[in-house]
Design a protein around this ligand. Structure first.
Ligand code: GLN
Length: 481
C-alpha cells in the first residue's frame, strides 16, 4: 500500500477497498520500522494520526468526504506551524515550541481531509543543503545511508522516497525542495513566489521562502500544490491567481514547447549527469519540443548574491528568538543582556550563528551599500536574465544539482563548497520563478539524478506538463531499504 500514488490511494478509499485507518496504519508501521535509521521525522504521533483517520472514515461512511483526498496521509516539514504539535525548525531554540495556530498551507490540507503523518527533519531554520545542520541529527538518504538526502527539506524528501509518506510539504528558499528531491529520486516542486501563503511558515529569508510539495509522481506533487495554493489575506505577498493545475497533468503537451537550455548550467558536472540530462532534452525534441540554446550570463554571481540577501534577511528574522517570547530560554540568568546572549548562544547551532553574523555584517552601517545594496542590484540583473530568456522560450531545462548526493560529513567543514553546490537552484528563488525537479534515473553508483525545469511566473502548468513528459520516458526509482 505504501508504494502507491495518492491518485491510486484516493481511488481505493473512494471504492471502500481500504479505510483511512488501514492506510494510516500501514504508514505508521513503515515509519516505526525505518525512522530509527533514516531519521526523516522529528515528530511522529500515532494517536493524532489514528484519530484523524477515524474521523475521515466516519465522514466517508456518511457519504460526506471533505474531498477526493480525504484520508490521504501527508508529512509536513517542521518549519510549518501545526497547532498543538511540536514545530521545532530542527533548532534547539524551538525544541519545545508548540504553535497556537496552523500555517495556512497545512490548514488548507486539513480542510480537504489530509491526515497528519508527522513533522519532518530538516536543516536548522532551513539553512543548509544536507540536513546535517539539524538539532535532531542528520537524515540518511534511503538510496544509500552513507549519503545525505539533500536539504534543507531532507526529511520530507527521504520520507517520500522511503515510502514513509506518499506526499509531503517542504519549503524552498534556495533549492530546499528541488535539491533533496533530486538526491532522493522523487518529484519536488517550488511554485512561483506568492503562489502559496507563507503564513505560519517560520521565516528564514522572507523574499525567497516558498512552501511546495514532494510526491512520487508529477501528478501527486501537482495535486498537493493545487490544494495549498491561493491568496491568503494573512500573507500580503500571496497572490490571487487562477490555479490552472492540480488534476491529472496532460503530458502530451510538449509539442511545440520551446525549451531553453543555458550553457552556464552545465559547467563542471560529471559527464554521466550531463549526458543523462542532455539525453532527456533530445528525447523531448523528438517528441515535438523545440530546443533553444540560451544564456543566463549572471549565473556565476547567484551564489554570492543569494548568500548576502538570505543571510541579511535571516539576521533580521531571527532577532525574535530572544528567550522572551519563543521557545528555549537559558537558565540561571542574572542580567537581562545575559538572557539574550546565553539563550541565543545555547539555542542556535553553528550554521545559524554563522549566517546571523554574516547577515548582520552585510547590513551594518558602512557595509550596507557595499554588500547588501550591491546584492540587490545583482538580483535585478539575474531577474533581467530570465526576463530576456522567457521572451524566447516557454521553459528552461537544466540539471537540478551539480552532482548526485554527496557523503555524510563530506562538506560540513567547508561551508563555501557547500554554498557553491546550490548554484543551479538559487536563481529561481532570486527571480521568484517556479521550478520542479524530476527523477531521471540513477548514476553508475546507484544514486538518483534529477532534472530541473524552470518556468516563467505562474507558469506552473507548463513546467508540470514538461515534467510529466520527462517522467513518462524515465524509470521510476525506488530504494531497496
Ligand atoms: N541550501 C540553501 C541554503 O542553505 C537553500 C536552503 C533553502 O532553500 N531553505 O540557504
Amino acid at each position: 500500500m505504501t508504494g502507491k500514488t495518492i491518485k491510486e490511494l484516493s481511488g481505493l478509499l473512494r471504492e471502500k477497498k481500504i479505510s483511512a485507518r488501514e492506510l494510516a496504519g500501514a504508514y505508521s508501521e513503515r515509519i516505526q520500522k525505518y525512522n530509527d535509521s533514516i531519521n526523516a521525522y522529528i515528530t511522529f504521533d500515532n494517536d493524532i494520526l489514528m484519530k484523524e483517520a477515524e474521523e475521515s472514515d466516519a465522514r466517508r461512511a456518511q457519504g460526506a468526504p471533505l474531498s477526493e483526498y480525504d484520508g490521504i496521509p501527508i508529512a509536513v516539514k517542521d518549519n510549518i506551524c501545526t497547532r498543538g504539535m511540536l514545530t521545532t525548525c530542527a533548532s534547539g531554540i524551538l525544541r519545545n515550541f508548540i504553535p497556537p495556530y496552523d500555517a495556512t498551507a497545512y490548514q488548507k490540507l486539513k480542510a480537504k481531509g489530509f491526515l497528519t503523518l508527522g513533522k519532518t527533519n530538516m536543516d536548522e531554520f532551513a539553512m543548509g543543503s544536507t540536513t546535517e545542520n539539524s538539532f535532531f541529527g542528520p537524515v540518511k538518504n534511503p538510496h544509500n545511508q552513507e549519503k545525505v538526502p539533500g536539504g534543507s527539506s531532507g526529511g520530507s524528501a527521504a520520507a517520500v522516497s522511503a515510502g514513509m509518506a506518499p506526499v509531503s510539504l517542504g519549503s524552498d528558499t534556495g533549492g530546499s525542495i528541488r535539491q533533496p528531491a533530486a538526491f532522493c529520486g522523487v518529484v519536488g516542486i517550488k511554485p512561483t513566489y506568492g503562489r502559496v501563503s507563507r503564513y505560519g511558515l517560520v521565516a528564514f529569508a522572507s523574499s525567497l521562502d516558498q512552501i511546495g510539495s514532494f510526491g512520487r509522481t508529477v501528478d501527486d506533487a501537482a495535486a498537493v500544490l493545487g490544494v495549498i495554493s491561493g491568496h491568503d489575506s494573512r500573507d500580503a505577498t500571496s497572490i490571487d491567481r487562477e490555479i490552472d493545475f492540480g488534476g491529472t497533468i496532460d503530458s502530451d503537451g510538449v509539442k511545440g514547447l520551446v525549451v531553453g537550455v543555458p550553457d552556464e548550467y552545465f559547467r563542471g558536472l560529471p559527464d554521466e549527469l550531463t549526458g543523462a540530462i542532455k539525453k532527456k532534452i533530445s528525447d523531448l525534441e523528438s517528441m515535438g519540443a523545440r530546443i533553444e540554446p540560451i544564456s543566463l550570463k549572471y549565473t556565476d554571481y547567484a551564489v554570492p548574491i543569494y548568500y548576502l540577501i538570505a543571510t541579511a534577511e535571516a539576521s533580521s528574522n531571527l532577532a525574535r528568538y530572544d528567550g522572551v517570547r519563543y521557545g528555549y530560554r537559558a537558565g540561571n540568568i542574572k542580567r537581562l543582556g545575559d538572557l539574550y546572549t546565553r539563550t541565543r548562544q545555547e539555542g542556535f547551532g553553528k550554521e545559524v550563528k554563522r549566517r546571523i553574523i554574516l547577515g548582520t555584517f552585510a547590513l551594518s552601517s558602512g557595509y550596507y551599500d557595499a554588500y547588501y545594496t550591491k546584492a540587490l542590484r545583482g538580483r535585478t540583473l539575474i531577474i533581467n536574465d530570465f526576463k530576456e530568456a522567457f521572451r524566447k522560450v516557454d521553459v528552461i531545462i537544466t540539471p537540478t544539482t551539480v552532482s548526485t548526493a554527496f557523503g555524510i560529513g563530506e562538506k560540513v567543514s567547508d561551508p563555501l563548497s557547500m554554498y557553491m553546490s546550490d548554484i543551479l537552484t538559487i536563481s529561481a528563488n532570486l527571480a521568484a520563478l517556479p521550478g520542479i525537479s524530476v527523477p531521471i534515473g540513477k548514476d553508475s553508483s546507484g544514486l538518483p539524478m534529477g532534472l530541473q525545469i524552470m518556468g516563467n511566473h505562474f507558469q506552473e502548468k507548463k513546467i508540470l506538463q514538461a515534467a510529466g513528459a520527462i517522467e513518462k520516458i524515465s524509470e521510476p526509482i525506488t530504494p531497496d531499504i
